[in-house]
Structure formats: structure tokens, C-alpha cells
Design a protein around this ligand. Structure first.
Ligand code: SAM
Length: 219
């Protein structure tokens, strides 16, 4: 295969969609379309732009990462996003996943505990025109009760046990995807709310940074 120019981001994005996402089993056309539209190179540090379309997590400062493209696609596919959904994301990081979701749903509220990351994500999302994403600074392990209930909750940092507020803030019929486990072993879970019941499914092993907060790890 011919080498791609590291600055031809459109070609690199296309290769990511075909090889790393579709090629590894992601099939939701809406997720693939949204990830084909969001310029991931804008969400990574300047010095790492050439690596924006490598299928791995990259550092974004403050010991945090922008998640691997496959992981983002896998989580969004598992959520079955619909155009009318109100979404809560915990762990804004760079704002990349929020930007992808904003293409597919009505509103995304996203919470980040590190103010500097929240501010730069907010500025970036505004500059790029993602107007239906609202960035909040705070402890996302408490959810965001004042804007709930949410049709979808997605958590991009791992807690050891399910924070109780998430289930309360999920609408009936709502879907939630989050990693649970410690620094050595985590699984991604999907929870679906059915009246008072929360039905859980283990979607397999992944590794995330820890959720830090009242219902996460204590710093
Ligand atoms: N979704 C992000 C993106 O697209 O760049 C990747 C997020 S990164 C894997 C996880 C983020 O969760 C980090 O930015 C971290 O600071 C944040 N985080 C950890 N604990 C948190 C908490 N209690 N509330 C809000 N954010 C938290």
C-alpha cells in the first residue's frame, strides 16, 4: 500500500474509518459518518497532529488522554444514539467524543474535572462550530442532575463501582456505557434502564484513566 502524506488529514481519516473502524467490526453507518466528519487533528496537541489518526490514545496534558478512535466508535455504537437524544458525557478531555456525538443527537452535556482541559475543549468546540455541546467543570461522578434525565450517559474514565447518581439520572429506556474496574483490569459495561431495573451487559476488556471524585477514586 502506498504511504499516505502525514498532513493529508482527509486521507488519513478515511484510512482510519476503513481499516481501524469498519475493518475491526464497527458497522453503525451514523457513527462511521460522524467520525468521518470530525477533524481529530484539531483535538490533539499541535506536536502530535501527525499521529492524530493512529489507532491509539494520545496524551492531552494533565496526565489525561484522548481515547483511541476504535474505543470511541465502539462506545458510541453500543449506545445506539438517536437524533432526539439528550446525552451526558463524563470526562470531556479534548472534546473529541463530544464533537462526534454532537453530530448524531440533539444535545451533549459534558463534564470535566480539570478546569484547564474543560476551558480548552470549550474554546475548541466553539471555534469548530459544535454549538449543541455544553461543557461543565466539576465532579462528574455526581452526574449533572440539574440537566437530567438523560437518554444516554457515557463515561470515559473508569470507576470501581457504578456511581449511584448515574442510574438515577438515566431516563426510562436510557442507555449508559462505562468502564468499571481498577488500574489492572476493567470491562466496559452497557446498562439499559427498564423501569426500576438496570439491565447490565459486559462488552469486554478496555483500559481507561481513573474516574476521580466522590464516587470514583479519591485523589
Ligand atoms: N472523551 C475524551 C476525549 O474525547 O478526549 C477522553 C477523556 S479521557 C480518557 C477521561 C477524562 O475524564 C479526563 O479528561 C479526566 O480528567 C476526566 N475525569 C476523570 N474523573 C472525572 C470526574 N470525576 N469528573 C469529570 N471528569 C473526570
Amino acid at each position: 500500500m502506498a504511504a499516505l502524506d502525514a498532513t493529508d488529514f482527509t486521507a488519513l481519516r478515511h484510512r482510519m474509518i476503513e481499516a481501524d473502524l469498519r475493518g475491526r467490526g464497527i458497522s453503525d453507518p451514523r457513527v462511521l459518518m460522524a467520525m468521518a466528519e470530525v477533524p481529530r487533528e484539531e483535538f490533539v496537541p499541535e506536536a502530535l497532529r501527525d499521529e492524530a489518526y493512529d489507532d491509539r490514545a494520545l496524551p492531552i496534558g494533565f496526565h489525561q488522554t484522548i481515547s483511541q478512535p476504535f474505543t470511541v466508535a465502539f462506545m458510541l455504537e453500543a449506545l445506539g444514539l438517536r437524533s432526539g437524544d439528550q446525552v451526558l458525557e463524563i470526562g470531556t478531555g479534548s472534546g473529541y467524543a463530544a464533537a462526534v456525538m454532537s453530530q448524531l443527537v440533539t444535545t451533549v452535556h459534558t463534564v470535566e474535572r480539570i478546569p484547564e482541559l474543560a476551558q480548552s475543549a470549550q474554546r475548541r468546540l466553539q471555534r469548530l462550530g459544535y454549538r449543541n455541546v455544553h461543557v461543565h467543570v466539576g465532579d462528574g461522578s455526581l452526574g449533572l442532575a440539574e440537566y437530567g434525565p438523560f437518554d444516554v450517559i457515557v463515561v470515559t474514565a473508569a470507576a470501581e463501582v457504578l456511581p449511584p447518581e448515574f442510574a438515577k439520572q438515566l431516563a426510562d429506556g436510557g442507555r449508559m456505557v462505562l468502564p468499571l474496574g481498577d488500574s489492572y483490569s476493567q470491562s466496559l459495561y452497557r446498562f439499559t434502564k427498564d423501569g426500576e431495573r438496570l439491565v447490565s451487559e459486559d462488552l469486554g476488556g478496555f483500559m481507561f484513566v481513573p474516574l476521580i471524585g466522590r464516587h470514583g477514586r479519591v485523589r
